[in-house]
Design a protein around this ligand. Structure first.
Ligand code: ADP
Ligand code: MG
Length: 372
């Protein structure tokens, strides 16, 4: 009987962002879906502090806060030493113990240091295949301000917004408030440029809300976005692929709060997902084509969820953001939209692994050295 080499997959979860716990939940579902007959899996957990840990049952240890079975793990930004190492071996005989080579890394890390291009940069140095967008797509997906500028440049509709920085707020608060009030009427949304999960976001109905919102957002980021608030339905669509991406059927979020706040996302079980979104075929097509256009424009790969605002009054469609490592539990929107579009959760995970390998092969065609 021919022995088929199993693909070696490293799944990285946890991380330093506020979405550490969400990442553990996503990783739980992904690990359960990776077929052990096809893959050898190495779990790599990153603590809130940023420590990389390996060993037996890493995810369970993270979930239960029991660290005894875990060892410090290390990877080198060095393609000649690709793989995962234990910094101290079990018998303390060696400084480094090689654990496994890795063919594909699945970074299941949401938010800062996971979804923003930083770990992607590290994986590029390592020259390993990994799931999801590269450095640029990840960074642009994370930066709500530059993302909107790029969308405007390629003709994707986004809401009007201005960006202010902390220094302007500290030196000329009145000027910032007046500027915020001058470009659009209330309600206004204030957001830190680089964050997720609605942390630091305020819907402002008047000047005192705006002041409070700006001060709050400035705790989290040096740059603050002030946006025109739209009375909107929230429609999301999943995109999958590399050079020829496809969009799923759209879904709708019915937030249990005045907007889709942190509370409404994770604590209020009255927030609902409607799949498919009850919208016209014409709007479905529009949303799908905008999602793909945006995906290509920021050079995404693998996957992204594109989130839209559909104006309840004018029916105008605006792209709000893309998430390059969207929530990935069994009940998360990204995989559920694919499931409803005919691609089951395990098939989706397999496809993402294939796309990671495909993207790596594509990149390997680049010559990095110039020879005459
Ligand atoms: N311009 C806007 N108009 C209306 N609602 C908005 C606007 N911007 C954000 N929201 C609401 O705030 C939520 C979070 O904002 P979003 O930009 O998606 O940030 P995050 O990355 O934290 O999800 C959205 O899901 C939506 O409910
Ligand atoms: Mg969002």
């Amino acid at each position: 009987m021919a022995v088929i080499e199993k693909l070696k997959i490293g799944v990285i979860f946890g991380g330093r962002s506020g979405e550490h716990e969400v990442s553990l939940m996503s990783a739980r579902s992904i690990l359960a879906a990776l077929n052990p007959e096809k893959y050898t899996i190495t779990q790599i957990g990153i603590t809130h502090e940023g420590a990389w840990l390996v060993g037996d049952g890493v995810l369970e240890a993270f979930e239960k806060n029991t660290w005894k079975s875990l060892y410090s793990g290390a990877m080198f930004p060095d393609p000649t030493r690709r793989g995962i190492y234990m910094v101290q071996s079990r018998d303390k005989g060696e400084l480094l113990e090689f654990i496994s080579d890795l063919d594909v890394i699945f970074p299941v890390l949401h938010g800062t240091f996971g979804e923003d291009g930083t770990i992607q940069g590290f994986l590029e140095l390592l020259s390993v295949a990994y799931v999801g967008a590269g450095v640029l797509g990840s960074a642009l997906g994370m930066d709500k301000a530059v993302f909107k500028d790029v969308m405007r440049a390629v003709g994707v509709p986004v809401v009007e917004s201005i960006t202010v920085n902390r220094r302007e707020i500290q030196e000329n608060l009145d000027g910032v408030l007046s500027h915020g009030e001058s470009f659009a009427p209330y309600p206004l949304f204030v957001k830190p440029v680089n964050l997720g999960s609605s942390v630091g976001i305020t819907k402002c109905h008047n000047r005192s809300d705006l002041l409070e919102g700006i001060m709050d957002a400035a705790r989290y980021d040096r740059r603050i976005l002030i946006e025109r608030g739209v009375e909107a339905r929230e429609i999301e669509v999943s995109v999958l692929g590399n050079d020829d991406p496809k969009a799923s059927i759209p879904g709708e979020i019915i937030p249990a709060d005045e907007f889709y706040s942190y509370e409404a996302k994770y604590y209020n079980d009255r927030s609902q997902l409607l799949i498919p979104a009850p919208i016209s075929d014409e709007t479905v097509k529009k949303i799908q084509s905008i999602a793909i256009k945006a995906y290509m424009a920021v050079d995404c790969a693998g996957m992204a969820r594109a989130d839209f605002l559909l104006d309840k009054v004018t029916n105008e469609v605006y792209l709000n953001e893309i998430n390059t490592i969207p929530g990935f539990t069994r009940i998360s929107m990204y995989p559920k939209l694919w499931d409803a579009s005919g691609l089951s959760y395990p098939e989706l995970v397999d496809r993402l692994v294939e796309l990671a390998l495909e993207r790596k092969r594509e990149r390997d065609q680049n010559e990095y050295r110039y020879s005459r």
